[in-house]
Ligand binder design. Structure first.
Ligand code: PNS
Length: 167
C-alpha cells in the first residue's frame, strides 16, 4: 500500500446509527490520511428525534473502528468547519452515493468554503455494494422487523434490536 499522507481529516455525520457504508468511507480514509477524526454531530434541536444519543453513537463507532489505529471518534455541536479546525484537520471527507447526494453536498461544500476557505471538502465515492445504504433506510427496515445484519456492524444490529424492542 502507498504511504499515508500527512494530515488529519474529519469524517462528519449524524451516524444514527453508523452503517457499513460509513465504516467503508472511514476505513478508506484511514488508509489515505494520517489521522481520521469521526465527528458525530450532536444537534440539540434533533435530540428527541435520534434513535441513539450522541454518546451511544460514539460508542458504536468506537467498537466498529477499534481495529483502526489512526481513527478516533468525537462529538461536536458547533459548526463543522470550527470542529475541523479544533481537530487540527485540513479537510472534511464525506461519502457520495448517488446523484441525489450531489445537490445537497454541493451546497454544503460551498457553505463550508464560505465559512472557512482553509478547510477543503473531499468526496469519496461510495463502494457499489453500499450505494443504496442510509441510516434512515436501515432504521425503517429494522422498525418493521427487517434483517439489517448485513448492513450495519454486529453491535449496531444488536443495539437497534434492543432499542426498538424497548419502544
Ligand atoms: O450524516 P448527515 O446527517 O448527513 O451529517 C450532516 C452533517 C453533520 C455533516 C451536517 O449536519 C453538519 O455539518 N452539521 C454541523 C453544522 C454545520 O456546520 N452545518 C453546515 C454549514 S452551515
Amino acid at each position: 500500500m502507498a504511504e499515508r499522507r500527512d494530515g488529519t481529516v474529519v469524517c462528519p455525520g449524524s451516524y444514527d446509527p453508523v452503517t457499513n457504508g460509513h465504516i467503508d468511507i472511514i476505513t478508506r480514509s484511514s488508509e489515505v490520511f494520517e489521522r481520521v477524526v469521526v465527528g458525530i454531530v450532536n444537534n440539540p434541536m434533533r435530540k428527541d428525534k435520534t434513535l441513539f444519543t450522541a454518546e451511544e453513537r460514539k460508542g458504536l463507532i468506537e467498537e466498529a473502528t477499534a481495529g483502526l489505529g489512526n481513527v478516533e471518534a468525537r462529538i461536536f455541536s458547533n459548526l463543522l468547519v470550527e470542529f475541523a479546525r479544533e481537530s487540527g484537520a485540513r479537510a472534511i471527507v464525506k461519502g457520495l452515493r448517488a446523484i441525489s447526494d450531489f445537490e445537497y453536498e454541493f451546497e454544503m461544500a460551498q457553505l463550508n468554503r464560505k465559512l472557512d476557505p482553509g478547510i477543503e471538502s473531499i468526496y469519496m465515492i461510495a463502494s457499489p455494494q453500499y450505494s443504496f445504504l442510509s441510516s434512515t433506510g436501515v432504521k425503517e427496515m429494522a422498525t418493521f422487523g427487517g434483517d439489517v445484519s448485513d448492513l450495519v456492524p454486529a453491535p449496531v444490529s444488536a443495539a437497534m434490536t434492543r432499542r426498538l424492542g424497548d419502544r
